[in-house]
Design a protein around this ligand. Structure first.
Ligand code: PFF
Length: 451
């Protein structure tokens, strides 16, 4: 198998792949979720468990996804089938890719709703509407946004339009251009915000909270949460990284690129925490406050800081940019799939998919207001979408990819595609992908089903 190009286009260089994949990985998971779950699980101990999971499960699985994509140069469903054929295996393994396409569409539908809240907060902070806001008012403001389907609908529609337009412009003109524009802005904003929090009086306290720990803080729940998050934050289990891998130049080293993406993603999560915690500590808020940290606690904190309005605007702008580059990667597997299967153009595929996620997201946002009475399996539609994707589709997709690559694809194909010259390193990776990744994800999967 030696197809040099894809029908969709290819990244100009290895670095474009690295930044596009980092754009996918860095999102609400890093800036909104990581800081609050570190808070909930007691700080440094959780950070250590998380780093362990990234190295032993996240990196090997990401290498497996990139490998499948890069070797077949097709959308996830067809890529898995092509590799199965090459190794003389059953093509039904393509279900792994199919689940990914579905998961991406479903995740996008509610990711867009949350991204819509972020856009509302960008506007509110640019208009100075978050000035003089106390904790009670901040919660009221957030709750009244949730109770207002029209505003949420407007933002959700805008987000869908922006993301689908980037996708419609193509891999090179759309995705690569967005990566080149957004990623430097994202890193610049992170540096500015880090500089600000480093000079605030609480940086040392935040540093200690993240990097010092006592062994008694280590817990089973912490380990489960750490693995689940490692998985989500690296965008694994749904073909996003696989499809990005299929646009990667043939001569680029997969292991080097993946290690760089994982390192950048981890650094961003830690930097986001080092930005948020000093702000949180300076206002005496409990870091274990939970998901409301970003939308309720932070606006109050910004209001109490000198220059807080500008910092708040920069912060929500940063989150919005990170959400856009992640959302693009959520939809690219489905877009590539439609282009390959329906043989319709990219623009038509994007229009079709855009209409689908726009409708589904509109229903999901109703869960917070007009449709709050509708429940399936004891969950409203938004929560159901979140539950089915995060707890079922993503881990299942991850296990299937690990089993497929570890036990079905010919070892010679793996060796030639990974091109790791050091045979010990190859063996370590092979061991991790065959045994450690499927077992570890399987345990989290079963545990989450019980919850
Ligand atoms: N990795 C993204 C985040 O941390 O916010 C979320 C995500 C994006 C998950 C794309 C899966 C995906 F395909």
């Amino acid at each position: 198998m030696s197809i040099a190009q894809t029908i969709h286009g290819s990244w100009a260089s290895r670095w474009v792949f690295i930044f596009a994949a980092t754009g996918s990985a860095v999102g609400l998971g890093n800036i909104w979720k990581f800081p609050y779950i570190v808070g909930l699980h007691g700080g440094g101990a959780f950070v250590l468990l998380y780093l362990g999971c990234i190295l032993t499960v996240g990196v090997p699985l990401m290498m497996a996804e990139v490998l499948i994509g890069r070797r077949a140069r097709l959308s996830p469903v067809n890529a898995v089938a092509a590799l199965a054929r090459e190794s003389g295996r059953n093509e039904r393994w393509q279900i792994a890719g199919g689940m990914g396409v579905l998961a991406g569409v479903l995740i996008f539908s509610f990711y867009s709703v949350v991204a819509g809240w972020v856009l509302e907060y960008v506007l509110a902070s640019s208009r100075g509407e978050l000035i003089d806001i106390g904790h009670v008012q901040a919660s009221e403001r957030f709750n009244s946004l949730l109770a207002d389907p029209r505003t949420m609908f407007g933002w959700h529609s805008l987000f869908v339009l922006v993301v689908m337009s980037i996708l419609a412009a193509g891999v090179v003109q759309g995705l690569e251009r967005a990566t080149r524009l957004i990623m430097p802005a994202l890193f610049a904003l992170l540096v500015v915000l880090l500089g600000y929090s480093a000079t605030s009086g609480y940086f040392g306290q935040a540093w200690n909270f993240l990097f010092s720990f006592e062994t008694r803080q280590l817990s089973w729940e912490g380990a489960l949460a750490a693995l689940g998050h490692a998985f989500f934050t690296l965008s694994l289990g749904m073909g996003a990284i696989m499809v990005y891998g299929s646009y990667m130049p043939k001569n680029a080293s997969i292991s080097g690129a993946v290690l760089t993406v994982a390192a950048l993603d981890t650094v961003v999560a830690l930097v986001a925490s080092l930005i948020i915690y000093p702000i949180v500590f300076s206002t005496g808020v409990d870091p274990a406050v939970g998901p409301g940290l970003m939308f309720i606690t932070l606006p109050v904190a910004f209001d109490h800081m000198p220059g807080g309005q500008v910092i708040g605007l920069l912060f929500f702008g940063l989150v919005a940019l990170a959400a856009i580059t992640s959302a693009i990667s959520l939809m690219e597997p489905a877009v590539a799939f439609l282009v390959e299967h329906l043989e319709i153009g990219r623009i038509q595929s994007c229009a079709l998919l855009g209409a689908a996620v726009w409708l589904l997201g509109t229903v999901a946002l109703g869960s917070f207001n007009v449709l709050s009475g509708i429940e399936l399996f004891d969950r409203n539609i938004y929560n159901l979408l979140d539950y089915v994707t995060a707890n079922i589709l993503l881990p299942l997709g991850g296990i299937l990819v690990a089993l497929f690559v570890g036990w079905q694809v010919k070892r010679s194909a793996l060796r030639s595609e990974l091109a790791i010259s050091n045979s010990v390193l190859f063996k370590v990776w092979y061991l991790l992908i065959r045994f450690v990744a499927p077992v570890a994800i399987g345990v989290v999967f079963l545990q989450n089903l019980k919850a």
